[in-house]
Design a protein around this ligand. Structure first.
Ligand SMILES: C[S@@+](CC[C@H](N)C(=O)[O-])C[C@H]1O[C@@H](n2cnc3c(N)ncnc32)[C@H](O)[C@@H]1O
Length: 242
C-alpha cells in the first residue's frame, strides 16, 4: 500500500479472517473493561485533583488550531476535556461529535455543555471503531488518552484517519515517560510491599510513551506526515487525599 493512501477493505484469506475474529474478541474485551473502569471512575473524574484531563484536552485542541465552522469528531471523550473546548473554538457554525464507551462520563460532559449553553455538540455512547461515519467526514478528529486502550492501535488510527477530510488533522494525545513521578513510583512501591500480587504489570500506554512507538504506530496505519510534540508539566498534590 502506498504511504499516505487511506486503506480500503480487500479480500481476506482464511488465516486473516481467523486473525480478525480473535482481534474482534480482544477488542470487545478491551471495550467492556474500559466501560466498566471509566463508569466506575465517574464519581471522581472531575475532582479538582484530576484537572489534568481538561488541561491536556484543551492543549490538544489548541495545537490543531480549530477554526470557526469546522466539524470535529472527538473520541474517548470522557467528561469532555477536549470536546468542550473544541465546541467553543468551532463556534455556533461548527459541530463537535463526542463519543465514549462510558455513559456516565458522557453524562458529565453533556451536563457541562448544557451549563455552558454549548448547542453545537452532540454526544454518543459508542465504540470509536464503530461510529459508522463515511470517509472524509471531519475537518479534525481528536483522541486524548484513549488510543492505547485499543489492542490494535494501528487499526484504530487507520479508522480515525479514514474519517479525516483531505487536508484535515488527526490529533492523538498519549502519556509520556515518567508519568506522575515521583508519586506513581511511591504508590506502586507501597502496593508491592503490601500486596505483591496487585503490583502493576503492563500499562497499555507504555507501547507509545516514546516517540519511536508513536512513529511506528502511525507508519503502520499509513499516516505519513506526523508531528510529535512533548508537553511537559507538573501536577501539584495538595493533600494526602489527593
Ligand atoms: C483516560 S480516559 C480519557 C478521557 C478524556 N479524553 C480525557 O482526557 O479526559 C479514556 C476514555 O476512553 C474511553 N474509551 C476507551 N476505549 C474506547 C473505545 N474503543 N471507544 C470509545 N471510547 C473508548 C474510556 O471509556 C474513557 O472514558
Amino acid at each position: 500500500m502506498q504511504c499516505g493512501k487511506k486503506s480500503t477493505k480487500t479480500e481476506s484469506s482464511e488465516t486473516e479472517i481467523l486473525g480478525t475474529v480473535s482481534q474482534m474478541n480482544l477488542q470487545q474485551e478491551a471495550n467492556a473493561k474500559a466501560a466498566l473502569a471509566y463508569n466506575a471512575a465517574s464519581d471522581h473524574f472531575d475532582h479538582p485533583v484530576s484537572s489534568f484531563w481538561h488541561r491536556f484536552g484543551r492543549r490538544t485542541v489548541e495545537r490543531i488550531s480549530l477554526r470557526p465552522g469546522e466539524r470535529v469528531l472527538d473520541v474517548c471523550s470522557g467528561s469532555g476535556g477536549s470536546a468542550l473546548p473544541a465546541a467553543e473554538m468551532v463556534g455556533p457554525d461548527g459541530r463537535v461529535i463526542a463519543a465514549d464507551l462510558a455513559e456516565r462520563l458522557i453524562d458529565l460532559a453533556r451536563a457541562k455543555a448544557e451549563a455552558g449553553s454549548l448547542e453545537n455538540i452532540e454526544f454518543r455512547v459508542s465504540d470509536m471503531l464503530d461510529l459508522g461515519y463515511p470517509d472524509n467526514s471531519f475537518d479534525a478528529v481528536v483522541c486524548v488518552f484513549g488510543i492505547f486502550f485499543v489492542p490494535d492501535m494501528a487499526e484504530a488510527v487507520r479508522e480515525l484517519w479514514r474519517m479525516v477530510k483531505p487536508g484535515g488533522r488527526l490529533a492523538i494525545t498519549t502519556w509520556g515517560p515518567n508519568l506522575f513521578e515521583p508519586a506513581n513510583g511511591a504508590f506502586w512501591d507501597a502496593v508491592h510491599s503490601e500486596r505483591p500480587d496487585l503490583h502493576r504489570g503492563f500499562n497499555p500506554w507504555d507501547r507509545i510513551s516514546e516517540p519511536n512507538g508513536l512513529r511506528e504506530m502511525f507508519a503502520e496505519a499509513n499516516v505519513c506526515t506526523v508531528d510529535i510534540f512533548a508537553e511537559a508539566g507538573t501536577h501539584p498534590l495538595n493533600s494526602p487525599d489527593d
